[in-house]
Write a protein that binds this ligand. Structure first.
Ligand SMILES: Cc1ncc(COP(=O)(O)O)c(C=O)c1O
Length: 472
C-alpha cells in the first residue's frame, strides 16, 4: 500500500518520540456535556434539600409498587418512598421507554447493578456463570459477589466479544448463566450466543455497561437477555458521575432487584414464601435524586451526544481503512452503529508490522494522541482468581460445599483474548464531545507519521534503543 507521506514528512520529519515536534500540543479528551440545564436543576434540588428520597422500610403501598412497571411509578410527590423520589422515578420511566423494557431499576453503579441482577435470578451459590476475560474487572467481580463461579470463555478476534464456538464447549452441568459483554458497544455475534443459551436453558445477563442506546437487529442492547445492565459513570455516553441501571421485562426479576437495591430483607414478612426471601438480603445501591436528575437531563441530549460520537468514529474508521489498513483493522461491529466512548477500537498487527503495539502506543502518545491499550491484564489473571481467594480463607465460592466443578484459572489458554490484550489492541476514548472531525484528523495524521517511520522504529527496536514492556 502506497501512501503520500511527503506533506507529513515535511511538517514532522522526526517522530516526537525521537525528539521531533508532536502532531498535537492541545489537550485532547472527551468530556461530559454539562450545561445550565443540569446545573440549575441540581441547584434547585439542593436548595430544596432533595438529596435522596429513599427509605429502607416498607410504606403503605410498597408491596404493590414493587410490582409496577417503571412508567406506572411516576410520582410528582415530594415524599419519601422505598422506590425513590421524583427524579429516580422519572429517570427510570424515561429509560424504560427509550430502551423498550418494562422495568428499569436505577442503581449507584453498573457493578452494583450486575451483582443485583445476578442475585435476582436466584442462582445457587457455586453456579457457574460464563463470561469474557477481556473486560473490566467488575464483570467478573459481580459474579463472585453474587456467590457464583466465573468461567472465562475466549473471544472472537474480530469482534472482541464472546466466541460462540468457544462458549458452547464450556457449557456443562454446573453452567447456569452466560454474561456477554457488549465490548465497546459491540453486540458481537449475539444471535448465536442467545441461540446457544436457549438450547441449553441458560439465563443471560447482558453486561451492557458500554452500550447505552445501541441497537442490534433494531432492538436495544440490554433487552435481549433475562436482564441487562448499563453504566453511567463519567466516560460513558450518558453520565451521572457514578450510576447504573438494570432493565428487564420480567416482573419477578424487577421486584427482586428493587428489594436487593434497598435492604430487601426488611420488607419480607413471616407470611412470605422462602422463594421470595432467597437472595433478597439487600444493600444500599440507591441512586441519589441529584444523580438521577443529572441523568434525566443528560437523556434529553443523548441523540446529540451519540451523533457526535458516531460522526467522529465513522470519519476515523473510513480514514483508517483507506490510509492505514495495512496494519490497523477496526473492531468488527455487528450492527450499523455504536456510539460508545470506547468504540474506536482497533487491532494493530504487531507481527506483520514488525513493531510491537506498545511501541506504536508510545509513539502516538508522544505525538499528543491519548490512546489506551485495553486492560492491563485479562480478568482471569487477577490473583483473586488464580488463588481462588475472595471471601475468607476457605475459597468461597469455589469451596466444594457449594461448588462441584473444577475450574482452574491457572491453566486457561484463551489464545485470542491473550493475543489481543498483549499485542494488538488499540483504542481511543476521544470520539465524544467536544471533539470534531478536525480533532480526529490529528489521530489520522499521527498514525500516518508513525507508519511513515515504521522502518526506523523497527531498527531501533531491534537494536534495543527503544524499550517496550509486554503488559502495562
Ligand atoms: C464492561 C463493563 N462492565 C462493568 C463496568 C462497571 O461499571 P461501573 O463503573 O458503573 O460500576 C464497566 C465500567 O466501565 C464496564 O466497562
Amino acid at each position: 500500500m502506497k501512501h503520500n507521506h511527503s506533506k507529513i514528512a515535511e511538517k514532522h520529519d522526526d517522530l516526537a518520540l525521537l525528539g521531533g515536534n508532536p502532531v498535537r500540543t492541545k489537550d485532547f479528551r472527551s468530556e461530559p456535556m454539562i450545561d445550565d440545564q443540569e446545573i440549575s436543576l441540581v441547584a434547585e434540588l439542593m436548595r430544596k434539600n432533595r438529596f435522596s428520597k429513599f427509605v429502607g422500610s416498607p410504606m403503605e403501598s410498597t408491596r404493590e409498587d414493587l410490582k409496577k412497571k417503571s412508567v406506572d411509578l411516576l410520582s410528582e410527590e415530594d415524599g419519601f418512598s422505598f422506590l425513590g423520589g421524583e427524579y429516580v422515578r422519572k429517570f427510570e420511566a424515561e429509560w424504560s421507554r427509550l430502551i423498550g423494557a418494562d422495568y428499569a431499576v436505577s442503581v449507584n453503579s453498573a457493578t452494583s447493578g450486575l451483582t443485583t441482577a445476578l442475585r435476582a435470578l436466584d442462582l445457587e451459590p457455586g453456579s457457574e456463570v460464563i463470561t469474557t476475560p477481556f473486560t473490566f474487572t467488575a464483570t467478573a467481580a459481580s459474579i463472585v459477589l453474587a456467590n457464583c463461579v466465573p468461567v472465562f470463555c475466549d473471544i472472537d478476534p474480530e469482534t472482541f466479544c464472546l466466541s460462540p464456538a468457544a462458549l458452547e464447549k464450556l457449557i456443562n452441568r454446573n453452567t447456569c448463566c452466560v454474561m456477554p459483554v457488549h465490548w465497546c458497544g459491540n453486540a458481537g455475534d449475539l444471535d448465536e450466543i442467545l441461540a446457544i443459551c436457549n438450547k441449553h436453558g441458560l439465563k443471560v445477563v447482558e453486561d451492557a455497561a458500554q452500550s447505552p442506546l445501541t441497537y442490534y437487529n433494531g432492538k436495544s442492547l440490554g433487552t435481549f437477555g433475562d436482564v441487562g445492565v448499563f453504566s453511567f459513570n463519567e466516560p460513558k455516553n450518558i453520565m451521572t458521575g457514578e450510576g447504573g441501571i438494570i432493565v428487564t421485562d420480567d416482573q419477578r426479576i424487577a421486584e427482586k432487584c428493587r428489594l436487593i437495591r434497598n435492604h430487601g430483607e426488611a420488607i419480607i414478612t413471616d407470611e412470605d414464601s422462602d422463594d421470595y426471601l432467597i437472595n433478597t438480603v439487600g444493600y444500599n445501591f440507591r441512586l441519589t435524586e441529584i444523580h438521577a436528575a443529572i441523568a434525566y437531563m443528560q437523556l434529553k441530549k443523548s441523540k446529540k451526544l451519540n451523533s457526535i460520537r458516531a460522526n467522529n468514529y465513522k470519519h476515523l474508521k473510513k480514514n483508517v481503512e483507506e490510509k492505514l489498513g495495512e496494519y490497523l483493522t477496526p473492531q468488527r461491529i455487528t450492527h450499523p452503529e455504536s456510539y460508545f466512548a470506547y468504540t474506536a477500537a482497533f487491532r494493530w498487527d504487531s507481527a506483520k508490522s514488525g513493531v510491537h503495539r506498545d511501541i506504536i502506543a508510545q509513539a502516538m502518545i508522544s505525538e499528543g494522541i491519548p490512546l489506551f491499550k485495553g486492560y492491563h491484564r485479562l480478568v482471569c489473571d487477577h490473583p483473586m482468581f488464580k488463588r481462588k481467594l475472595a471471601f475468607g480463607v476457605n475459597h468461597h465460592p469455589w469451596h466444594e460445599g457449594y461448588y462441584s466443578g473444577n475450574v482452574d484459572y491457572n491453566a486457561l489458554p484463551l489464545p485470542n483474548a491473550r493475543h489481543l490484550v498483549d499485542n494488538d489492541f488499540i483504542g481511543f476514548l476521544l470520539m465524544g464531545w467536544p471533539n470534531t472531525t478536525d480533532d480526529i484528523d490529528h489521530i489520522i495524521l499521527a498514525f500516518e507519521k508513525v507508519i511513515h517511520n515504521l522502518e526506523r522504529l523497527r531498527d531501533l527496536t531491534l537494536k534495543g534503543d527503544i524499550k517496550f514492556s509486554l503488559g502495562r
